[in-house]
Write a protein that binds this ligand. Structure first.
Ligand code: ZN
Length: 89
């Protein structure tokens, strides 16, 4: 099962659709979702913490080694506790 990193933008923030140049100030939380079984490049309907993935923006980060964190290190302060707990469990 793949993991897709998703960014929850601040209300009113205009997302960068390329997902490459996220302005930290526009970020509310970092979530993760399992990849959709039918379309592995897309996230499933819900994050690991149960949030609807539709309004979330995809982040280009992928863990590059076994044991690596599921989130980009520079976004650690914004990691969703619910998703992190689910992924560690
Ligand atoms: Zn979450």
């Amino acid at each position: 099962m793949g993991i897709i990193v998703l960014i929850e933008p601040q209300a009113g923030h205009k997302p960068d659709l390329d997902g490459k140049t996220w302005v930290i100030a526009g970020l509310r939380a970092v979530h993760a979702a399992p990849s959709d079984p039918d379309t592995p490049d897309d996230p499933a309907d819900r994050t690991f913490c149960g949030q609807d993935t539709a309004p979330l923006e995809r982040h280009s980060y992928h863990p590059d080694s076994p044991g690596a964190h599921w989130y980009p290190a520079n976004l650690t302060p914004w990691v969703c506790v619910g998703c992190d707990t689910a992924l560690r469990g």
